[in-house]
Design a protein around this ligand. Structure first.
Ligand code: SER
Length: 343
């Protein structure tokens, strides 16, 4: 029997590129991708088929579904939180309407195959909206149901799409003739800020962490858009991909929730700057806080309580902050920019 097909949207993004490498290593699935920009050759070789196009294009999604029996969807395509504040209409279109298109396609596939298509959706720390810096301090590690009052368009979009996914899984067309057809199997996790050694992110508000590191590795000076005391949880990209794959493979019967927090280590911008300076002596990092982006970071909790993910599907990050810098970020980033400069 041939291996099942996975569709990855946003495959050319930060998470996508690491996920493609991981899926290739594991060798359990054939991967089909869609992204606005064509995948670089290095990643195309890891895939069964790659499509360059927009998830708003329903014709394209229908065409992909007609060509492949898709059993799993990783829906990674999104506009992040800073970009979303610059263009809230577009963020809503891509993050909500785009997700709805994918959910509809996965639902149709489930009905066609007669079994649930698993739909993995990365949500975000941005779904939380803590009222003040004082409330943030006293809230500590927030649980999934706490402070669900986001202050960004992106956070609203992610929170609503978590609900949409649950609706498609549990109640889709509950009054209609199709009420007994196979439904999709939606599973979501809320990521903290992610740090990848492969790529610097674009358009996010947790970007100060990865941007500091990527700038220093290239010998560039960096001005942080939040002050040194701004604190949120972060996670190394290999752990983020592990979480996605573990949630995909988790036994449905053991899942007590549709949405799970996952977290790794909580650091302030000042602490990250110190770690970057230790790894790249002479790194020039200054702080010039932007009022709005700082307010967004202040509305995100200091840490997320991920005990449900640990209990239900065995989540445990491999990288604490020391390991993340010493064994993944610094060595990989050094190699990456050394190669880039000899090209
Ligand atoms: N990294 C995202 C952002 O900054 C949060 O999910 O928007």
């Amino acid at each position: 029997m041939s291996k099942p097909v996975v569709l990855v949207t946003g495959a050319n993004g930060e998470i996508g590129r690491t996920l493609l490498q991981r899926m290739h290593q594991d060798g359990l699935y054939r991967v089909v991708t869609v992204d606005l920009t064509p995948l670089p050759e290095k990643y195309r070789g890891l895939c069964l088929e790659t499509y360059a196009g927009n998830i708003m294009d329903r014709y394209l999604l229908d065409q992909i579904a007609a060509h492949h029996e898709i059993e799993v969807v990783f829906h990674l395509a999104a506009l992040l939180s800073t970009r979303g504040e610059r263009d809230p209409d577009l963020a809503h279109q891509v993050n909500v309407e785009g997700t709805l298109h994918l959910l509809r396609m996965a639902q149709n596939q489930s009905a066609r195959l007669g079994r649930p298509v698993r739909f993995i959706f990365p949500s975000s720390i941005a779904v939380y909206g803590v009222a003040s810096v004082e409330a943030k301090k006293s809230a500590g590690r927030v649980r999934e149901e706490d402070w669900n009052v986001p202050i960004t368009m992106y956070g609203c979009n992610k929170l609503y799409c978590e609900h949409l996914g649950r609706y498609f899984t549990e109640n889709f067309r509950q009054l209609g003739a199709l009420s007994t057809a196979a439904r999709l199997d939606f599973r979501s996790l809320r990521f903290p800020g992610l740090i990848s050694a492969e790529t610097a992110p674009t358009g996010g508000t947790s970007d100060f962490g990865p941007e500091m590191l990527h700038a220093a590795a290239q010998g560039l000076s960096y001005k942080s858009f939040v002050g040194p005391e701004a604190t949120i949880p972060f996670m190394a990209m290999p752990d983020a991909v592990t979480a996605l794959v573990q949630l995909l493979e988790a036994d449905r019967a053991k899942l007590t929730k549709t949405v799970y927090n996952v977290s790794a280590f909580s650091e302030s911008a000042g602490q990250i700057a110190d770690r970057v300076r230790a790894a790249f002596p002479g790194a020039q990092i200054d702080f010039e806080a932007d009022a709005v982006r700082s307010k967004i970071v202040d509305s995100w909790p200091e840490d997320m309580d991920d005990s449900r993910a640990r209990a239900d599907w065995g989540w445990k990050p491999a990288y604490n902050v020391e390991r993340a810098f010493a064994e993944y970020l610094v060595p990989t980033i050094r190699k990456r920019y050394a190669q880039a400069s000899t090209r």
